[in-house]
Design a protein around this ligand. Structure first.
Ligand code: SF4
Length: 278
């Protein structure tokens, strides 16, 4: 028997509902230790102003975010920067929950069960095999192929035209910043959306996922938002530079957006915590 560590066995909530991480498409990069720590620390995140899962479907552009004060991830990152120590930072950010005698309560049973869940070596191998197969299926989709091609071409153009990011023209500078910010983000979010959708249809799926408020629709929605603004940004870069590559990329993003909308017809209806009116 093996013990599954917290980073391997993350927890995921969609719309306030605890969901098995295997069916939620969690990955270490997407679902960071910071978020897990909100649950792992006894009495974690005592701040009632924080919005659950606001950071799961945002654009991760914290410098421009109007809701940093409602975001536990931002709070944790700021505190860890101050403390230069992860645990001290997390405790500063979220506090702990001592009782009147100053005693910190132990983690709830459900969390102990979750973190200490035992999985046989065979089951772990089988789970890893299914994950690898799913990753291959996702990467082979036309959406991921288009996203990958866009990312590489866009990266090369931005690297070769960095002067556009330092121009006096604020419209062009803004377009450059948007294009650069979304370059990798789009691919990451699309992978997550497709991975979650694929899980739903396979052995790792869950029958009780909400038809609209689910992780793959939320991931697809933030990808669509980035696709929309990035396409506009690349059009600005095309006009300003007179070059063909940014114009081609702007068109590619429009095509990609249309394909994502076909694949995730309910994505625009997903309500993102904190950002969308429910
Ligand atoms: S919600 Fe805002 S502050 Fe939090 S991670 Fe997203 S962009 Fe950053």
């Amino acid at each position: 028997m093996i013990e599954v560590s917290p980073s391997e066995f993350c927890v995921h909530l969609v719309s306030g509902r605890l969901q098995n991480p295997r069916t939620a498409g969690c990955s270490d990069s997407e679902w960071s230790g910071i978020q897990l720590a909100r649950f792992a620390l006894p009495g974690a995140d005592m701040n009632p102003d924080h919005i659950d899962f606001i950071s799961a479907y945002c654009d991760r552009w914290c410098e421009r975010c109007p809701l940093t004060h409602r975001c536990s991830v931002f709070t944790a990152m700021a505190a860890m920067t101050m403390c230069e120590d992860e645990r001290a930072g997390l405790e500063l950010a979220f506090g702990r929950a001592p009782d009147d005698s100053g005693v910190v309560a132990p983690p709830p049973d459900w969390l102990r069960d979750l973190v200490n869940v035992e999985m046989s070596a065979d089951a772990a191998d089988e789970f890893a095999r299914r994950q690898d197969q799913r990753r291959e299926r996702v990467e082979a989709t036309s959406i991921m192929q288009m996203a990958k091609a866009f990312m590489h071409l866009g990266h090369d153009w931005l690297m070769a035209n960095q002067h556009a990011g330092a121009t006096e023209d604020s419209v062009v500078r803004e377009a450059f910043e948007v294009a650069a910010h979304d370059l990798i983000f789009i691919r990451v979010k699309l992978h997550r959306a497709l991975d979650g959708q694929d899980s739903r249809n396979g052995d790792d799926g869950s029958a009780d996922d909400h038809p609209v408020q689910n992780d793959w629709n939320g991931s697809a929605k933030i990808a669509l938002i980035s696709l929309e603004r990035s396409s506009a940004a690349w059009s600005v870069l095309a006009s300003a530079s007179g070059q063909e590559t940014p114009a081609v990329l702007a068109e590619q993003l429009k095509d990609l957006r249309a394909e994502v909308e076909r694949e995730f017809p309910d994505a625009w209806s997903f309500v993102r915590p904190g950002f969308d009116a429910g």
